[in-house]
Design a binder for this molecule. Structure first.
Ligand code: NAD
Ligand code: TDX
Length: 354
C-alpha cells in the first residue's frame, strides 16, 4: 500500500510513523505536512532514512498542492492527522483552524473523490480508504455522570472542536453521498513522547524542570480521559485493518483524571526521577483564569472498538506517565528545539512569555 500520513511530523502522526514504518516494510509511508510550529522533523529521525518512508511538504488547505500530491502519489490509504490542534490557540485565533481543519479535510476528500470516480463511465479508479483522526471534543462536555458513545450528539464548545466536528460531518457526507470508503476514530486526550509543550502534560513537566509556576485553569477540577499515544496509534491501525467501512469508533483509555490529579501525579514522578523534593514542585502550582467555554468532563465508552477490532490499551496511566516523564528528561534538546522560533513569539505575545 501507498499510505499518505497527513500531519506526520506532529505529535501523534510522528509516533504513528515511528511504529508503522519499521513494522510494515511492504507498505510505503509518505508524511504529508505543512511543517507548522507544531511539527518537528527531529521526531522522525528514526525513520527518515528508511526506504519505505518519504516526506512531502504540503499545505492541505492549498487545493492545487493537494491535487498535485495525489496525482504523484496515487495513495491506497490516507491517514489524516493534520490539524491545528490546540484549544487555547483556537480561542485566540480561530482562522487557521477553519482553514486547515475544515478546508484542508475538504481538499483531501475532494482529491479522494477525484481518484474514486472520475473516469468517463463513472467507474471508480481507485479504492483509496480515508481514515479520519478526530477527537472526543466534538461531543462537548459531560456532566458528572455518563460516557460518550458513537451515538452521542455533537455539541462542540471551542472553535477547535467545532472545526473538528465540521470535518467529521464532511467525511461522513462523502461516505453517504459518494459511497467513498471512510473510517473515523474519535479519541480522548493523548499524552506521551514528542508532544508539543503547549499541552497540559509536557507543559507541566517543562515548567517543573525550569521551576516555573504550574498554571492550573480554574480550580483544576475538569476531567479528561487520558490515553498513551502508542495505544491511540495501535487503535487507528486496528480500525484500518479490522473496522467496518463507513463506521465511527470511539477510542479512550478508561483513565479519567481531574487536571489537579494529573499535576499532582506528575510532581511525584518528576520529583522521584530527578531526586527533587515533591513539595518543592507542588509549591509551584498556581491557579489561573479559566479557559473560556472550558468543557467540564470527557469520558469515552470504547466498547465498540474493543468488541469489533479487538483493541485494548497496553499502558496504564501510571506506566504511561512514567515513560513520558523519562522521555522528556532524556530529550531536553527536542524541547529546546521546538520552544525556539514561532512558539516562543506566540507565547510572548499572548502569555507574556509564560
Ligand atoms: P499536532 O498539533 O501535534 O500536529 C499537527 C501536525 O499537522 C503538525 O505536524 C502540523 O505541521 C501539521 N499541519 C497543521 N496544519 C497543516 C496543514 N495546513 N497542512 C499540512 N499539515 C498541517 O497535533 P496532534 O496532537 O498530533 O493531533 C493530530 C490529530 O489527532 C489532530 O487531527 C487532532 O485533532 C487529533 N487528536 C488529537 C488528540 C490529542 O490529545 N492530541 C486527541 C484526539 C484527536
Ligand atoms: O496550562 C494549562 N493548564 C490547564 O489547566 C493547559 C495547557 C491546560 N490546562 C487544562 C485544560 C484542559 O482541561 O488541562 C486540560 C488539558 O488541556 P490541553 O492539554 O490543552 O488539552 P485539551 O484542551 O483537553 O485538548 C486535547 O485533547 C483533545 C488536545 O489538545 C486536542 O487536540 C484533542 O482533540
Amino acid at each position: 500500500m501507498n499510505v499518505l500520513v497527513t500531519g506526520g511530523a506532529g505529535f501523534i502522526g510522528s509516533n504513528f510513523l515511528n511504529l508503522m514504518v519499521p513494522r510494515y516494510p511492504q507498505h510505503r509511508f509518505v508524511c504529508v505536512d505543512k511543517l507548522t510550529y507544531a511539527a518537528n522533523l527531529q521526531s522522525l529521525e528514526g525513520v527518515s532514512s528508511a526506504s519505505n518512508y518519504a516526506l512531502e511538504r504540503v499545505d492541505i488547505a492549498d487545493w492545487d498542492a493537494v491535487d498535485r500530491l495525489f496525482a504523484k502519489e496515487t495513495p491506497d490509504l490516507v491517514v489524516h492527522f493534520a490539524a491545528e490542534s490546540h484549544v487555547d490557540r483556537s480561542i485566540l485565533g480561530p482562522r487557521d483552524f477553519v482553514k486547515t481543519n475544515i478546508e484542508g479535510t475538504f481538499n483531501l476528500l475532494e482529491a479522494c473523490r477525484k481518484a474514486w470516480g472520475s473516469t468517463k463511465d463513472g467507474a471508480k479508479k481507485s479504492d483509496v480508504l480515508f481514515h479520519h483522526v478526530s477527537t472526543d471534543e466534538v461531543y462537548g462536555s459531560l456532566g458528572d455522570e455518563g460516557l460518550f458513545t458513537e451515538e452521542t450528539r455533537y455539541d462542540p464548545s471551542s472553535p477547535y472542536s467545532a472545526s473538528k466536528a465540521s470535518s467529521d460531518h464532511l467525511v461522513r457526507a462523502y461516505s453517504r453521498t459518494y459511497g467513498m470508503p471512510v473510517k473515523i476514530t474519535n479519541c480522548s486526550n493523548n499524552y506521551g513522547p514528542r508532544q508539543f509543550p503547549e499541552k497540559l502534560i509536557p507543559l507541566m513537566i517543562q515548567h517543573m524542570l525550569e521551576r516555573k509556576p504550574l498554571p492550573i485553569y480554574g480550580k483544576g477540577l475538569n476531567v479528561r480521559d487520558w490515553l498513551y499515544v502508542d495505544d491511540h496509534c495501535e487503535a487507528i491501525w486496528a480500525v484500518i485493518e479490522r473496522g467496518v467501512v463507513g463506521e465511527t469508533y470511539n477510542v479512550g483509555g478508561n483513565s479519567e483524571k481531574k487536571n489537579i490529579e494529573v499535576v499532582d501525579t506528575l510532581c511525584a514522578i518528576v520529583a522521584e526521577e530527578t531526586g527533587t523534593k515533591a513539595d518543592e514542585l507542588l509549591g509551584l502550582k498556581t491557579y489561573v483564569t479559566d479557559r473560556p467555554g472550558h468543557d467540564l468532563r470527557y469520558a469515552i465508552d470504547a466498547t465498540k472498538i474493543r468488541r469489533e477490532c479487538g483493541w485494548t490499551p497496553k499502558e496504564t496511566f501510571e506506566t504511561g506517565m512514567r515513560k513520558t516523564v523519562r522521555w522528556y528528561l532524556d530529550n531536553r534538546a527536542w524541547v529546546e528545539a521546538v520552544k525556539s522560533g514561532e512558539y516562543r513569539k506566540w507565547m510572548d505575545a499572548n502569555y507574556g512569555g509564560r
